[in-house]
Design a protein around this ligand. Sequence first.
Ligand code: GLU
Length: 295
Amino acid sequence: MNNSSYIGRFAPTPSGHLHFGSLVAALASWLDARALGGRWLLRMEDLDPPREVPGAQAGILQTLERYGLHWDGEIVRQSERHAAYLQVVERLQQQGLAYACICSRKQLEGQGGVYPGTCRDARHASEDAAIRLRVPQLEYRFVDRVQGEFSQHLGRDVGDFVIRRRDGLFAYQLAVVLDDAWQGVTDIVRGADLLDSTPRQLYLQELLGLPQPRYLHVPLIIQPDGHKLGKSYRSPPLAAGQASPLLLRALRALGQSTPDAAEGAAPEELLAWAARHWDAGRIPRCRTLAEAQLR
Ligand code: GLU
């Protein structure tokens, strides 16, 4: 099938190198795009310089290339998109949809992560303040291609959330929505750790009049002991010489079939085969998948 209107993307954060879990997400996104004749874009989510690991950007690009996950067009870097983010933050503030918040981290302790709305009507100046988006007392729901129906009550479960931090850095939730729309992304395929960010993103899309992409959240790969495959915790960067075996392992994690006698195949060959046989319906319908289950 050729569906040239499909636009997918991979959007890594350079706070560490790619690990096996990121490979699973990148592979799923690449295969879904290629199987449908779509484009696959790459966006570097370098919004947070203090958390960036030196060399991670170059390492991520090199790994994707070595693993045969080639992208289309120019790489977009969020560090070059600040003017676009700022314009939207200012507009939302002018419309009264966002407000300045001067609560300290200490003041917010013990709230279970849900902002109690302290500064909502305080009319603080924006200088040296975080900017929060007012959320409605409404439930947002969508149907994920793998996880099925997902809903979240924004007022009760999330609260007014930060779109620009007090230190001036822009928040992921805002940048991701603006960039996906700006790049014309139709299909978001990513890890299930972002499932509960999606309702916030749906709300932003609605507020800003942006189209809603389709979503597919793949299980988050965790360690046999239940720990997350953190970017630092026991998760070495993907080895350059291990591309084909790790791609095969990632395909199995995604419930996909693998070619016979695949061990000696080059990454590009494996990927071409896998794109021809891609069946998103076979992805395990769970939020996490322990690595031990894969062997
Ligand atoms: N940059 C995010 C991450 O590396 C992914 C964002 C997304 O796919 O929406 O976790």
